[in-house]
Design a protein around this ligand. Sequence first.
Ligand SMILES: [Cu+2]
Length: 136
Amino acid sequence: MNKKLPKWWPFAAIGLVAVIILAGALFMFSGKEIMPSAGGSGQAEELEGYEVITIQVKSDGFYPDQIEVKQGVPTKINFRKDTSLTCITDVVSKDLDMLKYLEKGDNYYTVDTTLDPGSYSFNCGMYMYYGNITVI
Ligand SMILES: [Cu+2]
């Protein structure tokens, strides 16, 4: 009990704890990355009763970049982002007054059912890639 520990003991203990925490953090981080795209945002989206149109967000734009939405039909657009290797971090639409940050995975945008028929354009936050929603 009274046996003296070496002077450096507290530092060794702190170092050991730091290593354990770091290893734990790394493990959790990699675990998250490995997990098969669990949606990213986590929260389950209510899709019941909605028409869902998926637009893939890729490194070189939106696929497809032209979609049609029927007026009055509850519709959600899923901006599906399967890669981080794209500069498209958000979708912007002046026409729709929309600004949406894109998480990795599914990103649902609910279309206003009262939109007038017509053409509504959207683009990436950098105004590099464009797409169009036609309400019919
Ligand atoms: Cu860009």
